[in-house]
Each structure stands twice: as structure tokens, then as C-alpha cells.
Design a protein around this ligand. Structure first.
Ligand code: GLC
Length: 427
């Protein structure tokens, strides 16, 4: 059985390969997505390390002059996706979206180096300045006050599009009269009850309109934009990626980079504390303009272990919450706490399970001494695929496969788990 799924996973990755980059799934997502490609590289490493590096390298073909690596690179015109390059209006070459996505690349690059040889070191070295520029962009543009808390300007930037985490920020958005009519394409491919609602989409496009109209001036968007929240996923992925970048800087004996990264990490640790919510028993999202904390645990909360955030007591509390939530689900880890209002077992990031989050959560739990929880989450991740196939996401109560089929990152993570590709414990 394992052998059969691994052949299918490899075939899916090959079928989604567009030559140097993969699409997440044909039809629904026909372009290159940033963190999808980072996870795809992990899958390629199971059978073609050169291709793994290509996937990471092509992410930076879209890097902006200010260091930002955009969340989508529009490499060819494909009318089956909305919103396309004309709506983003970022005027870059290649065309791209106007904001970023969780910076997973350094994590995978470090892992490739540590499991590889001199060729891996060489490719990581070539990528290193680009990674430094991207991490620097996050710390500069998304934390101008140097508090250590990094913000996002659109829920899409979190990679967890319609999680109830964003409801507080979304509620503050007024939809302008001149937003214009548009035709969503996602619901041509996937049932509407598994996708964000129309009201949610209007707000997404309001944020894109603001960015486009100010020429994607990120200082201005941070200050005056319609949406500004802090995300435990971005915060902890960046924190982990900073730690992994520090390990690479050490390997390259780059003292200047080491000092810069050490400052970033000290700030990451400090900033994470602004996401702790005692009542929820975990790290949660925060609305930046009011300071209000969300009151529920998500799969992003569980990335604290991966980032190496929190005190011993906070981590113990979080592990306890993880156990309680897992006991309520047939398959973990759900994207929203099932004990809270707003849980929808089939709707995208409002309940379903996502393989990539599970891979990071399990890696963090292992490093923090919770091997039992890590094993349970890894087991569930593979069991979902065996039961339902390589879907985009899964129902935590039934295991049904949801969203797009033959999904690159689900295939990549299945391969990574089969080959026991973990990550080293947080430095
Ligand atoms: C959805 C997901 C996002 C992912 C993209 C492509 O927008 O929420 O995380 O990167 O699809 O798979």
C-alpha cells in the first residue's frame, strides 16, 4: 500500500511540474505559489534533489527589488484563475501578486544541506543572499517598530485564507462602491460550501484594490491599509526559518549575517509573547490596530514548537490543548478548534486538516519532546491520503478529501513522511 501511494505521489508531482516550478493543482491553481513550492521541494527531494533545488530557486525569480518574495508568480496567462495579474497590477516581471506568504524556503534549504553533500551546500550558498533579503523584508516592512511581532496585510499572506482568525480584521473592512463586478473562478472547480463566501471575497478584493492603488507601497499599506493582523503561522515559520538561516550563516562563516539574524531571533522570541492568550491556552492571531487577541486555538498555534517559541509552562499548556483537540477529531490537526463557534468541518481553513501544517507541527512537537503527539499527527496525515487520496485538505471528523484533487503539497508531504524527512530540532 505504501509503495502504491508513493508511486502515485511521485506521479502527481511529475504531472504538476511545469518545468522548474510546479502548480499546486491543475485548473484551480495554475501558477506558482510560494510556500507550496517550498513544500514541493521537500517531495522532490525523495526522488530528484536537483529538481528540489530548482523549485526553491524559481521562487526567487519573482523576488522584488525590496526583497519581497511574492505569494504567486503568474508565469503564463491562464483565465481559469481569478484574481489574475491585471487585478494585482504589481507591474513586475515576471508578473506577480503584491504580498508574500509564510517563508518556508530557508527551512527546506537547511534540511537539504544537512542531509546532502557539497552540491547542496553550493546551491544553498547561492540562494543565501536572496533569503537574507526576503527575511530582512519581513522584519523591516512588517515590523517597522522593531517589536518582534510581524504583521500581515491580507489573509492570503498567512496562507490560511478564510480561517476565523481573520474575522476580526475582516469585519473592519468597508467594501467600496466602486469595487466593480467580478467573476470568481474557484467555485467553478470546487463546491461553494468548501470555499470562502462571497462577502469574504469582496473583502479580499478590497485589500488588493488598496494595494494596487498605492502602487504596493508597503509602508503605506502597513500604516493605512484596510487590514493588519499578526499571524502565529507567519510569526512561527519566520522564527523557525530565521533559526535555520542562522545555521546556514554559520556554515558559510558569514559573521555579518550571523549578527543580523541573531538580532532577528531575539526579536522573534519577544514578539511571540504578544500572541499569547491565557484564556485560550495558546498563541493566537492578533488584530494589530486594536490589539485584540483571537480566543481560539488553531493548527497555526501549534507551530510554536516548530518556531521554538514560548516558556516551558506555555508549551506544556499548548501540548495539553493539542491532546484535548485531537481527542475530538478522527484526524488531526484541525485548522480551527472544534469546541469553538465558527468551526466548519468542510470549509477550507475553518476546520479542515492540511498536510503541510501537520508536517511542521509534528516536526516541532518532536523537537519539544512530545514524540507521542508528533507520531499521532504524522499517522493521521498519511491515513487521510490512504483513505481519500491526495486532496488539498480533509474533513477532520470523516476524513473526506476536499478542495482540489491530485494536490502537489499533499503528495510532497506524503513522500516526506514516507522517507521520514523531518527537520532538526529548533536551534
Ligand atoms: C490556497 C491556500 C494557500 C495555498 C494556495 C495554493 O489559497 O490557502 O495556502 O498556498 O491555495 O495551494
Amino acid at each position: 500500500m505504501t509503495h502504491a501511494t508513493s508511486e502515485t505521489a511521485t506521479a502527481i508531482m511529475r504531472a504538476n511540474d511545469r518545468g522548474g516550478y510546479t502548480v499546486p493543482t491543475a485548473g484551480l491553481y495554475p501558477y506558482q505559489w510560494n510556500w507550496d513550492s517550498a513544500f514541493a521541494a521537500l517531495g522532490f527531494a525523495a526522488f530528484d534533489r536537483d529538481r528540489a533545488w530548482r523549485e526553491l530557486e524559481t521562487i526567487f525569480e519573482g523576488q522584488w527589488a525590496d526583497g519581497m518574495a511574492p505569494h504567486i508568480i503568474f508565469r503564463n496567462h491562464d483565465p481559469s484563475y481569478f484574481p489574475g495579474p491585471d487585478i494585482w497590477g504589481s507591474n513586475t516581471e515576471p508578473p506577480s501578486s503584491g504580498h508574500s506568504q509564510p517563508p518556508v524556503v530557508a527551512i527546506v534549504a537547511r534540511w537539504l544541506v544537512e542531509t546532502g553533500d557539497r552540491e547542496d551546500l553550493r546551491r544553498a550558498h547561492a540562494l543565501f543572499p536572496k533569503l537574507m533579503a526576503w527575511h530582512g523584508w519581513w522584519h523591516r516592512e512588517r515590523d517597522p517598530g522593531e517589536t518582534g511581532l510581524v504583521a500581515i496585510i491580507h489573509p492570503w499572506e498567512s496562507g490560511r485564507d478564510n480561517c476565523p482568525d481573520w474575522d476580526a480584521g475582516m469585519d473592519r473592512i468597508t467594501i467600496p462602491d466602486d469595487l466593480g463586478a467580478y467573476h470568481r473562478r474557484d467555485t467553478d472547480w470546487v463546491a461553494a460550501d468548501q470555499r470562502p463566501t462571497h462577502e469574504t471575497y469582496d473583502r479580499y478584493l478590497t485589500m488588493v484594490k488598496f494595494g494596487r492603488e498605492c502602487g504596493w507601497d508597503h509602508k503605506r499599506i502597513y500604516r493605512d491599509g484596510p487590514f493588519l493582523m499578526a499571524d502565529p503561522c507567519v510569526q512561527f515559520v519566520l522564527m523557525r526559518a530565521d533559526r535555520d538561516l542562522a545555521v546556514l550563516a554559520e556554515r558559510f562563516e558569514d559573521d555579518a549575517a550571523r549578527r543580523t539574524i541573531a538580532d532577528w531571533i531575539a526579536r522573534d522570541i519577544e514578539g511571540a509573547q504578544a500572541l499569547w492568550n491565557d484564556a485560550a491556552g495558546g498563541f493566537v492571531a492578533r488584530e494589530m490596530r486594536t490589539g485584540a487577541l483571537v480566543d481560539a486555538i488553531t493548527n497555526a498555534s501549534m507551530l510554536a514548537f516548530f518556531g521554538g517559541a514560548g516558556t516551558r509552562a506555555q508549551q506544556a499548556e499548548l501540548a495539553d490543548q493539542a491532546r484535548q483537540i485531537l481527542d475530538l477529531c478522527r484526524f488531526g490537526f484541525p485548522s480551527w478548534d472544534p469546541r469553538r463557534p465558527g468551526f466548519e468541518q468542510r470549509r477550507y481553513w475553518r476546520g479542515p486538516v492540511w498536510s503541510v501544517m501537520n508536517w511542521m507541527i509534528a516536526g516541532g512537537l518532536d523537537g519539544a519532546g512530545h514524540a507521542d503527539l508528533a507520531a499521532r499527527i504524522r499517522h493521521d496525515t498519511r491515513a487521510l491520503v490512504r483513505q481519500s487520496g491526495f486532496f488539498e485538505y480533509f474533513d477532520p471528523l470523516t476524513g473526506d478529501g476536499l478542495g482540489g484533487p491530485d494536490f502537489t503539497w499533499t503528495a510532497a508531504i506524503d513522500l516526506a513522511l514516507e522517507h521520514e524527512f523531518g527537520t532538526a530540532a529548533a536551534a
